[in-house]
Design a binder for this molecule. Structure first.
Ligand code: FNR
Length: 357
């Protein structure tokens, strides 16, 4: 019997050839936000490797939205050209190119992971970060983020809008808004990082306001017949933080607003989080959101095997499976998974002689 993992899924006018998604993963390899051949080879080889959807790494909507100085960006028109070339290649492999639009908020301005993720000096390599409230991620950080005022919020919304306009020009067929992992949107959602007393803080309705405004800003430029996803952290894994029930309520509202799928991750907001890491550790959140709101969901996190992914889909816990580190280990993971599940899928013609073990 044919697997569900290799069954197509249609989102708006886009049909993914299978349910395998390359999870967005920062490569910290850009200069001034520009994509280069690393991104072409990295994303391109995963497209030729058979994934249905490739979501490009957290891509900054402004220079200060970057996590590190080496993040990809889409804050100026000059960024479009190379991204367009990459997307054309991805599409030539029958895969769908997606982009994750992001703002790192208080977690911005750090060195790349292989240089220790250290907070960078303002004015040297680093910059002043922004957040809902002036609370640093680590108590030891030398600078506090600036709490965004109304004008600052308007600027971020306008940055998401113009970034989306460029994403359309660059030929993406799917956009994902990064609302997870302790970055700016998540900082507004969680009472642990949002201590505002204006209309953006306090009640659940106020804390989700900024996320909904970002969604509207993106929708104002994104074609209504192309899919829009939101990645959330379903829980902060910390006392008094954002929780799964709030995630369900937010997802319900996002569904009403026309969001097509919630990509369900968790954590990343506070350094004292306690995450029970194990295979499928986030899948129950995707299942809960799907069950209680009927929106489509994506499951991610320590999913590494074909049978494991197939079981999640079969149980109806999620509709898409995102692979992070396992897809770094093996760019041809979908080709291997098809063999594992006895699905006969087409290989790139250049590789056909390697098909069959
Ligand atoms: C990530 N992750 C991530 N998540 C995200 O939403 N945007 C991003 O840009 C990144 N960047 C990133 C870089 C690298 C090198 C890794 C390993 C991870 C998280 C990733 O998408 C995924 O959610 C997690 O890695 C969990 O899935 P796996 O790796 O257990 O399959």
């Amino acid at each position: 019997m044919a697997s569900i993992l290799f069954a197509p899924l249609t989102l708006k006018k886009i049909t993914l050839k299978n349910r395998i998604v390359i999870s967005p993963m920062c490569q910290y390899s850009a200069i001034d936000g520009f994509a280069n051949d690393w991104h072409l080879v990295h994303l391109g080889s995963r497209a030729s490797g058979g994934a249905g959807l490739i979501i490009q790494e957290a891509t900054a909507v402004s220079p200060e939205a970057r996590i590190s100085p080496c993040d990809l960006g889409i804050w100026k028109d000059e960024h479009i050209e190379k991204l367009k070339t990459i997307n054309e290649f991805i599409r030539s492999q029958n895969a769908v190119p997606g982009i994750q639009l992001a703002h790192a908020g208080r977690k911005a301005s750090v060195s790349v992971p292989w240089e220790g993720n250290k907070k960078l000096d303002i004015g040297h390599e680093g910059w002043q970060t922004v957040a809902p409230s002036a609370i640093a991620y680590h108590e030891t950080e030398p600078f506090l983020p600036t709490a965004l005022d109304k004008i600052g919020i308007e600027k971020v919304l306008s940055d998401f809008k113009t970034a989306t306009k460029r994403a359309v020009k660059a030929g993406y067929q799917l956009v994902e808004i990064h609302g997870a992992h302790g970055y700016l949107l998540h900082q507004f959602l969680s009472p642990l990082t949002n201590k505002r007393t204006d209309e953006y803080g306090g009640s659940f309705e106020n804390r989700i306001r900024f996320t909904l405004e970002v969604v509207e800003a993106v929708q104002s430029e994104w074609p209504s017949d192309l899919p829009l996803l939101v990645r959330i952290s379903a829980t902060d894994w910390a006392e008094g933080g954002w929780n799964p029930e709030e995630s369900v309520e937010l997802s319900r509202i996002l569904k009403e607003k026309g969001v097509d799928l919630i990509d369900v991750s968790s954590g990343g907001l506070v350094s004292h989080q306690q995450i029970p890491l194990e295979p499928n550790y986030q899948v129950s959140f995707a299942e809960k959101i799907k069950e209680e709101t009927a929106i489509l969901t994506g499951a991610v996190g320590m999913i590494t095997e074909a049978e494991q992914a197939e079981a999640i889909l079969k149980e109806g816990q999620a509709d898409l499976i995102l692979f992070g580190r396992e897809s770094l280990r093996n760019p041809n993971l979908p080709l291997d998974f098809a063999a594992d599940l006895n699905d006969d899928i087409s290989w790139p013609k250049q590789y056909e002689r390697a098909k069959g073990r």
